[in-house]
Design a protein around this ligand. Sequence first.
Ligand SMILES: *[C@@H]1O[C@H](CO)[C@@H](O)[C@H](O)[C@H]1NC(C)=O
Length: 199
Amino acid sequence: MCFQLRNVLVLLLLPAWALGRATAPDLDEDCELNAVDTMHDFCCDLHDESHQFSDCQVKWHEKIAYETDEEEQTYMFCTAECSFNNTEFLGKDRRSLVLHQVKEQLEMDLVNDADIELLYQTYIKCDKHALDLLPHKGVKKLARRLSKHGCHPYPGLVLECVANEMILHCPPKQFHQTAQCEATRNHLRQCMQYLKYKT
Ligand SMILES: *[C@@H]1O[C@H](CO)[C@@H](O)[C@H](O)[C@H]1NC(C)=O
């Protein structure tokens, strides 16, 4: 009886301990970049998975059969550029947004004017943010990996930023309350706090 109770306790506590360890913050200046999952974590109704994005996931999955986190990141960034190519969001220089194209797409996807505006402003903010990140050491390393596949980091930086913003600032009723989305949001909050107080 006593042993059974102990076993039950171990079974209950072990996952919590493991989860705590798995999500223990590993923070550095690229903590937002290295949250590999956020790009395909669609946690807010306002920013849903597009068919262009899904098509590109399938296409790039065939090209990059990833096994490591690094390879997965390469795969995600190529998927992002592929998606921005298909939606015609990406400027010819591959490091700018075609804003009228973004606006048109948002007007097709969303009904509420305030939602359209929120997301549109997020794209504008994330374009600047992505350009700021390009000279970072970690991003340059990533860029070298991507170039082997003919991909550029800018679109992925924008998409990741948009995904992060939509996870952090989603209107509460539209946030997907899944364990994965909650965990990602907690990680991002810690990362943002870290970046805020770093300097
Ligand atoms: C996106 O389009 C550009 C310009 O045509 C091309 O160079 C690049 O390889 C494309 N990226 C992907 C991931 O398909």
